[in-house]
Write a protein that binds this ligand. Sequence first.
Ligand SMILES: *Cc1c(COP(=O)(O)O)cnc(C)c1O
Length: 397
Amino acid sequence: MFTGNIISKFKGIQTPFYYYDLEVLNQTLQKLKKESGKYGFFVHYALKANADNKILDIIKSYNLGADCVSGNEVKKAIECNFSPEHIVFAGVGKSDAEINCALDNNIFCFNCESLQELEVINDLAFKKNKNAGIALRINPNVNANTHKYITTGLEENKFGINLWELATVVNAVKKLKNLQLIGLHFHIGSQIMDLNSFKSLCLRVNEIQNWFAVRKIKIENINVGGGLGVNYHEPDTNLIPDFEVYFKLFNDFLELRPRQKVHFELGRSITAQCGTLISKVLYVKNGVNTNFAILDAGMTELMRPALYQAYHKIENLSKMENGKLRMENGNQPLAIQKYDVVGPICESSDCFGKAVSLPETMRGDLIALRTAGAYGEVMSSAYNLRDRVKAFYSNEI
Ligand SMILES: *Cc1c(COP(=O)(O)O)cnc(C)c1O
């Protein structure tokens, strides 16, 4: 990704900042469209992964729908010209104001997570003399085999309607006259690398579909959520996720009823690899058993490592050439040392990596934190009263 003399492009830009390679984003979207299109699957982009205006404009241009988890995300999707009939709205805690906003915008579907939520949406829709399209978010009790903080499809998680509650909820929905049951929704977690988890999901969806068929309830839409993982360890050789295998798996294992439409909600797999957090080394300090490379970026710019021990590949761009480690005196590679790479924030969890192997690193070196295009900029904060991080794009610098 960092071919050519990227350092000279970054010269004069105040660090830290996000750098988005729009070529990578476009290639990812092209592949996504091609592979999902083979089976007529419809993909909604999960705005929460990255809601940058330029990124959203590009994603919109590929005619994806939008998957929103707040009223402001619904508003943002509308502002960015996603059509309301392709907007879905999920979340365990939708406020009345958020529900009203979604009703006013006539979105396609509310993905509903509890009986009480269904009753509230029905009341609010009644007051507006509207019918709300709803999908039941069912907790399939399938393990995503990912970090526990980003696992959402187990009974112990707060998300969705549990299987044992299904009969009660379905009976209640029948009596809620301003709701229209148009689908079933599932989302088992994020950063899922073990595709067997998706196969287990498909098999569970098939069982649940039978449950509805026995009760003669017609379901038009099956939404299997998102969660496809990306390769944080080897980004350059895996810039584009394997959408081919992913979509084929759903085609192979989902047993669909006639005219059923399948929806996906992908976030991370679309935007993660196109984004990099660029930072500068402020100081190098010797510790007891380690050296510290202290960056001008911290958990305020990229929170994932502090939040759930996430790994991001760290590269010293000042010691690289054409994406590879620079050679010294012709053909000797630079000596490698270990560093704890940390940020400036007053929290011990403000650490991007321990014992990271890097070529000898100095004050002023440019450091890249790779695969930061999803759940990066969107989670940035102003903690410690820091400036909000800026973004730059490959077609502008
Ligand atoms: C976060 C989320 C997604 C997107 O997950 P990714 O792992 O980024 O693909 C999809 N659907 C729902 C309901 C979500 O909460």
